[in-house]
Design a binder for this molecule. Sequence first.
Ligand SMILES: Cc1ncc(COP(=O)(O)O)c(C=O)c1O
Length: 487
Amino acid sequence: MADARIGTRSLLALLGDWRLPASGPSYLALFDRIRLLVLDGRIAVDTRLPAERDLAQALGVSRTMVSAAYRELRDAGYTQSVRGSGSVTRLPGRAPVGGHDISGDFIDFSKATLPAYPGLFAATQDALSDYPAALTTSGLDPFGELVLREAVAARYTERGLPTSVEQVMITIGAQHAIFLLARVLLGRGDRAVAELPSYPHAYEALKAAGARLVPVTVAAAGTSDDGMHGWDAAGLSQAFARTSPALAYLMPDFHNPTGESMPAELREQVLSDAARQGTLVIADETSGELDIDRAGSFLPFAAYGDAATAGSAIMIGSVGKTVWSGLRVGWIRAEPAIIRKLAGARFAGDLGTPVLEQLVVARLLRDFEPVLALRSAQLREGRDTVIRMLGERFPDWRVPRVDGGLATWVNLGAPISSQLALAARSRGVLITAGPRFGLDGAFERFIRIPIGYQLGELERGLDALAESSGSLAHAPVPPAELFADVV
Ligand SMILES: Cc1ncc(COP(=O)(O)O)c(C=O)c1O
């Protein structure tokens, strides 16, 4: 039986103007919209849909029409009739509950990551010699292992941001850091500035803490119709001045999914705006060191503050993108008082970060340049391949030439992103449609293409995408109004 359910009002809000375009039977339009919502993760798998009668009443349509739409959903594998629960959402071809194992030959472009760093196995073996000393402790330190905190502090210092051990807490990856910060620093109904588009799980963490999101746009170079690129600097300033947000969650570099880097002057402006409003700025630099060939270099975000403003910046880092996501080791750099507060609050959710992984990361961080050099070479090759292959297959798409990060944010020229993702799935490619990176259905003209995959995989994936795109000619296109781009 499904625990989760979506109420009629929430579904109505997600459906928006589902009847557009007006051609074709209404039940197919309703089917199509709900299908895309499930596919895009806007309605979670294993969620009970409203009863047909209730939905029909709320939409002001006949029950027969809603029944027909529900039947289509069932026949296409997007719902299942569960005794006692009505229609429960599913993804076609997936295990019913918690079914994240993607069987067979799927290419998973939904994750912008790199394969595990080849030196990780040897580093893990080396770290075993540090393990016996750790085994004499309780292994439960909410701040993290001292050796790793020292290594993180030393690395920030080396990169131009003097940092003490008291300013560092080790977390279970950057995602844990975002969630913990949101939970501790936000009250229900507080405003939180967030970029649009952004990393979807950050939106989720901020919303889970009760935030009201204040979006500020970021555009990838060469993809917007009006030539804008990077951050809407005026919009960002206004967002601080008008809403006095408790928090701002930003990715100064490399922004996910656009690959943009925030200019130095804007970093200074953000920190002074934030200090003026009493806002804390979370700078998520999880991808910050994945530089390919960027002109110039940036210091860690907090280094752009002065004595009065630097304290507003809270930094998040991780080895998830540089070494391996499976390590689950990240960190927070903040004022010691904030670190202590976080440590106190942490126990409600977890009791610490696994120790062996921390010892491994401490070793790697002490000599990190080889890791970054390899990643830079891999990403350069991936980026150049993606640009070449997309250019050959999709001459109309606008593909930014990113100079770092793990993905490129491509303008498809038409609002087809969800349809394309759907068609690609049946050809063995999992890819996340543009709206997943936005709020309220925006970005249907965009798709995120990861650049960290090996050449063979990129080729297979992009070929399948080309075939999928060719098959779209007769598919219903989502209404442009509903998915209007904001960039
Ligand atoms: C911007 C950003 N922050 C945080 C994370 C999560 O990283 P971690 O694997 O360290 O939890 C990701 C992963 O995709 C990300 O892109």
